[in-house]
Write a protein that binds this ligand. Structure first.
Ligand SMILES: NC(=O)c1ccc[n+]([C@@H]2O[C@H](COP(=O)([O-])OP(=O)(O)OC[C@H]3O[C@@H](n4cnc5c(N)ncnc54)[C@H](O)[C@@H]3O)[C@@H](O)[C@H]2O)c1
Length: 366
């Protein structure tokens, strides 16, 4: 198979979908890998390292999109990339289609085979290709949230951990999954007062067990969310309904009732956001104020730390990528339930139910 790795073009996105050791793995399995020049530069990987691993370096995105059987990316295709799509191309990347109808329609029209990293799901319900980025986003959310609370950012001027004689900040985390529990670890490590809400008693019990008495866990429902959010200095949204749009847990009215100059960090913005006043921002201009609350809603947070993120991501994506290349699409998905769940679109039809439901469109599962 010919594998294509373009340079990412989303604003401030410096991750790359394959590292030199991944190239070497594809090449050793008999495949050819086309890497766009400078694709790895933002992650500290020079072209020479790819060449040494056996890749063919190509100028510009054209040859990658034209010649590859499978394009491996990080973010969804954008702008000129949409025009380069063609029937039968395997597009293996984050897609987040349930919150993007225009992209869904374009991919259907182009008849690509869209395999979304975020819906590949193991039998225990976990999402192995979302996990490493959720770890990064969860950990980073506290760092960014602390920055939002600084006076120069328009925040209340509160130090997350407080100091002796001064109370720490109240951090409220919605969702005790991968991102939420990683945020919890860092926030506790920075000395904040942390409350975590989830609808899963098992998740709350687990987090309570491993964190000892250092956090409060609260069942997620409308009344408890209202009580906690109005007391918070920093609210971190980290919920997920796999493959579906994020549930809107914090209404605009509730944001109006938050403390002045408090902060919201909606990690779930890539799935449409769990806070009604959240809209996607970019690393160039990540924050805005609404109802006297600082909002940070970057949809590709791991892009801020591309070296860590690129290696964490490619550790998780490589195995499925190799299976697709070695066995071909049909045999690879037939032999792997987790990978089959990643297939969102094929031959002009939606194959993933939650995406079809999001837009009231028909679904024909594989
Ligand atoms: N912005 C970014 O750059 C970025 C990066 C990585 C992940 N994400 C997003 O972060 C979110 C969380 O991902 P994750 O890997 O932690 O998911 P996860 O499945 O591990 O955890 C999600 C948690 O949300 C909980 N939940 C669902 N509905 C809830 C509700 N009504 N109230 C409270 N909790 C509820 C679930 O029980 C689960 O524990 C996702 O939307 C994901 O797409 C964003």
């Amino acid at each position: 198979m010919i594998i294509g790795v373009p340079r990412e073009i989303k604003t401030a996105e410096a991750r790359v979908a394959l590292v030199p050791s991944g190239v070497a793995a594809f090449v050793s399995h008999g495949h050819r890998v086309l890497v766009e020049c400078d694709a790895g530069i933002g992650s500290g990987i020079p072209d020479e390292a790819y060449r040494a691993a056996g890749a063919t370096l190509v100028e510009g995105p054209g040859p990658v999109w034209r010649d590859a059987d499978m394009v491996i990316k990080v973010k969804e295709p954008l702008g000129p990339e949409l025009a380069a799509l063609r029937p039968g191309l395997i597009l293996y990347t984050y897609l987040h289609l349930a919150s993007n109808e225009a992209l869904t329609r374009r991919l259907l029209e182009a008849k690509v085979t869209g395999i979304a990293y975020e819906t590949i799901q193991l039998p225990d319900g976990s999402l192995p290709l979302l996990t490493p980025m959720s770890e990064v986003a969860g950990r980073l959310s506290v760092q960014k949230g602390a920055h939002c609370l600084e006076a120069a950012s328009g925040g209340a001027g509160i130090l997350l951990g407080g100091v002796s004689g001064v109370k720490p900040a109240n951090v409220v985390i919605l969702g005790a999954g991968v991102a939420g529990s990683n945020a919890c670890h860092i926030a506790v490590g920075m000395g904040a007062h942390v409350t975590v809400l989830d609808i899963s008693p098992a998740r709350l019990r687990y987090l309570q067990d491993i964190m000892g008495g250092r956090i409060a866990t609260v069942m997620s429902n409308r009344a408890n969310i209202a009580e906690e959010v109005t007391q918070a200095d920093l609210v971190i949204g980290a919920v997920l309904l796999p493959g579906a749009r994020a549930p809107r847990l914090v209404t605009e009215d509730l944001v109006r009732q938050m403390k002045p100059n408090s902060a919201i960090l909606d990690i779930a913005i890539d799935q449409g956001g769990c806070i009604e006043t959240a809209h996607p921002t970019t690393h160039d201009n990540p924050m805005y104020r609404m109802h006297d609350v600082v909002h940070y809603c970057v949809a590709n947070m791991p892009g801020a730390v591309p070296r860590t993120s690129t290696y964490a991501l490619t550790n998780a994506t490589l195995g499925y990528g190799l299976a697709l290349a070695d066995k071909g699409f049909e045999r690879a998905v037939a032999g792997d339930d987790a990978l089959r769940k990643g297939v969102n679109l094929m031959d002009g039809r939606i194959t993933y139910p939650a995406v079809a439901e999001a837009f009231g469109m028909p679904c024909s599962p594989l």
